[in-house]
Ligand binder design. Sequence first.
Ligand SMILES: Nc1nc2c(ncn2[C@@H]2O[C@H](COP(=O)(O)OP(=O)(O)OP(=O)(O)O)[C@@H](O)[C@H]2O)c(=O)[nH]1
Ligand SMILES: [Mg+2]
Length: 417
Amino acid sequence: MFVDEITVEVYGGRGGNGIAVYRREKYVEYGGPWGGSGGHGGSVIFVGDEGKTTLIDLRFQRHIKAKMGINGRTKGQHGANAEHTYIRVPLGTIIYTEDKSLKIGEITEHNQELVVARGGKGGRGNMAFATHKNPAPDYAENGDPGVHRKILVELKVLADVGLIGYPSVGKSTLISVVSNARPKIAEYPFTTLHPNLGMVQVGDESFVLADLPGLIENAHLGLGLGIQFLKHIERCRVFLHVLDLTREDPYEDYIKINHELEMYNEELLLRPQIVVANKIDMPGNEDKLKVLQDKITVPLIVISAHQMTDIDKLLKKTLEELKKAPKVIDHTPEYVKNYTFEGDEPAFIITRTDDGFELTGEKLRLVFERTDFTKDEAVKRFARQLRSMGVDEALRKEGAKHHDTIRIFDYEFEFIE
Ligand SMILES: Nc1nc2c(ncn2[C@@H]2O[C@H](COP(=O)(O)OP(=O)(O)OP(=O)(O)O)[C@@H](O)[C@H]2O)c(=O)[nH]1
Ligand SMILES: [Mg+2]
């Protein structure tokens, strides 16, 4: 099972409701407001974890819900804030909105935290609203809903060096002899289904090596593991292009794989490559080796991963190339903008309907959701809030008249001049 891209739904917890109650004491004539505020809802937070290499955990949690804040109580007691829900993900995880139009963020470091769905604020209890002018407010706020959205989670492996080549050429065997990685190795093609990372130590220096699934002709069109695989190599700074000397025509293989890279992203061809001619322990490779030596212009190292022949030589060369290689720049497309929770969207949007107007907008929704419409005073306060947001004025400008119907989410109001 190869998981490197997955859609999940995340729900920030709702904030707890505030409460409107009064103090009733035997000898106190007018008990004041005594309703506490609700606690904040918990957020869904992704955390970088260097010990993880796949997104497989997310497969089993397609809906991630953070906890709700506790409602406020009487005697001025505030509800507790909910705990956040933390989800550990591998480094190199990128989070987008479902349609990929917005990039929410990227996890590149261990323990880095990224809020993917913020919890709602707790509603204020009536105690919080008491003023000199209105010492006994008969309303409280509901908690805000948490952010709810579908996100696309993508993993791009962060490796310095990537092993590329046809299936069964010995990529996994090579990483298993040079690093701590222990991938599955077998005679049949497509043994490696997802990238394996290994740390390679050369003297007192080290680099991260990625063993990737085998590539075949037309991978860029989706054949084999196709695009799923190609994505991972975009961030490698150096490629070890492994050729199998027991195959019919290793030079032809070399050309074809490079062609696939080019078709996927021509910039990949500019990255330094070292050609690794593997399985020199097998007989009958002299002629093929001669062809490679004549035609290939990049560094060529002949090894046997199996017998561990000339591995040191390969690693030294790799380190040398890595030091020369430029840093890879992330070419996230222009239209993908960093998402901020406090966007610049207008506070409300007015649309004309048959019998009046409709109001929408995220900020307006927040004010709406906070209102407890079962309480007169709360509704009046809602009206005041709309006025201070400039809704009345804007409606008038749009031509709203006495008795026009104004639709705001679930409710209809009448425009009164
Ligand atoms: N004789 C010989 N066999 C090797 C050598 N390196 C790998 N093999 C064998 O080749 C077969 C494939 O090796 P893998 O390391 O799984 O190949 P891979 O490139 O990772 O293959 P995919 O994961 O399918 O892309 C296994 O049977 C290995 O034992 C070598 O240097 N000499
Ligand atoms: Mg493999």
